[in-house]
Design a protein around this ligand. Structure first.
Ligand code: FAD
Length: 392
């Protein structure tokens, strides 16, 4: 294989994390190719994506550096300025307020489809070589690089390969990296709703014994819901007519924003915690859901993946500044250790919170009401919690 056929980086998977990763590394002057199995569906303003993310400020800054944030903001992104978390069993609410934290907003609610659409438009104007549809089927590696075989027989070689191919990652499996997983036997029911009272630019979350219910502020006064329920309950509420669904949702939310009426179709997605044993095997790195799928209760799913990318971008910038190899084994290993440890702490913390709150035992009910109240009354705790969620 001639040097011209050898890329610096092959990114496998062009979801939000893979596309951002390809752009970030190409922006550092690396020769990057992106391999994606399925052409993304075009985003349509008239048909909002039901999958939305609460994007944290550090990740908005990353997207801005990739020229992808302004188009998203100009098209459709809803800032949220407050966050309120409370337990159905009683006790105080935990509140975050942008004013108190000297910020204009705490983050933005953005659609998955719009993010992918904008990132793929940025890819078209970048030096990234995109191959789509292209499904990675086989991989071999040695000390110098990685060779990938695609489903059409084409071979692609690179100094490193990055698995950004989602929770069922093929490249992670080919690299021999195992996963530790837990199926929560819960589903997240998502959709848009209209509330009787204004959402006040607030991300609301009520913990119920069946799981957390979040109402996230959305444009035109609507809210996006993420309603965590045991599998059979999720199937039951999905099958309800609009009137009954709205009635049950209003009750589950304790009518905090008055009557809630469905304003879109709704779907449910399975919830799991899955952590890869490591984020590196030789010259294969693992990012995004391929490395960590987490409970959506803290809205951190895609945020953690983008932080993998930001750390990788920082690694390359730092190595270039020092005129040393950006892909030396010890640098890649240090990136993987740091990211694995942060992602494992986050995944287990969300799992612990989900377990404590999805439970109507007397002790748990008393404990969580007190915990939220205590945290809410201690500014340093609030500040630390916020910094962790915001990546600042
Ligand atoms: C239905 C659904 C709803 C969700 N809702 C929320 C939510 O409300 N809030 C939240 O925070 N998180 C949510 N999540 C989780 C969130 O979507 C993920 O955290 C995020 O998409 C991870 O991004 P990613 O780029 O790592 O992986 P993915 O988005 O899974 O992207 C992986 C990409 O790799 C491609 N690919 C796969 N295999 C191959 C291969 N062999 N070769 C080449 N390409 C391949 C796929 O086509 C895909 O484009 C939801 C997930 C799902 C499935």
């Amino acid at each position: 294989m001639s040097r011209r056929d050898l890329h610096d980086v092959a990114v496998v998977g062009g979801g939000v994390v893979g596309a951002a990763c390809a752009l970030a590394l190409a922006g550092q002057g690396l020769d990057v190719c992106l391999l994606e199995a399925t052409q993304p569906a075009p985003w349509s303003a008239a048909d909002p994506d039901l999958r939305v993310y609460a994007l944290a400020p550090d990740n908005a800054a990353l997207l801005d550096a990739l020229d992808a944030w302004r188009p998203v903001r100009a098209t459709r992104a809803q800032p949220y300025r407050r966050m309120q978390v409370w337990d159905a069993g009683g006790g105080d609410a935990l509140c975050f307020d942008a004013d108190a934290l000297a910020r204009r907003e705490l983050g933005w609610i953005v659609e998955h489809g719009l993010l992918v659409d904008v990132l793929w438009r940025a890819l078209r104007h970048s030096t990234v070589r995109v191959r789509c549809p292209a499904r990675v089927e086989a991989m071999e590696q040695d000390d110098d690089g990685v060779r990938l075989r695609l489903d059409d027989g084409v071979r692609v070689a690179a100094r490193i390969a990055i698995a950004a191919d989602g929770a069922a990652s093929r490249l992670r499996t080919l690299a021999g990296i195992g996963v530790d997983g837990r199926d929560y036997a819960q589903r997240g029911v998502v959709g848009y709703v209209q509330t009787e009272r204004p959402h006040e630019d607030t991300a609301w979350q009520r913990f119920l014994p069946s799981g957390p219910l979040a109402l996230l502020p959305w444009v035109d006064g609507r809210c996006s819901i993420v309603w965590t329920l045991p599998n059979d309950e999720a199937a039951r509420v999905l099958a309800l007519g609009d009137h009954d669904f709205g009635r049950e949702l209003t009750a589950a939310f304790d009518a905090r924003l008055g009557t809630v009426v469905p304003a879109s179709r709704r779907v449910a997605f399975p919830l799991q915690r899955q952590l890869s044993a490591t984020q590196q095997a030789g010259r294969v790195l693992v990012v995004g859901d391929a490395a960590h799928a987490v409970h959506p209760l803290a809205g951190q799913g895609v945020n953690l993946g983008l932080r993998d990318v930001a750390a990788l971008r920082a690694l390359v910038t730092d190595a270039r500044g020092r005129r040393v190899d950006w892909d030396s084994p010890h640098r890649l290993a240090r990136w993987a250790r740091t990211r694995r440890s942060e992602n494992a702490v986050a995944a287990h913390a969300f799992e612990g919170i989900n377990r404590l709150f999805s439970n109507d035992g007397v002790a748990s009910t008393l404990l969580r009401g007190h915990l939220l109240g205590i945290a809410g009354r201690l500014p340093p705790v609030l500040d630390a919690l916020w910094r962790r969620a915001a990546g600042t």
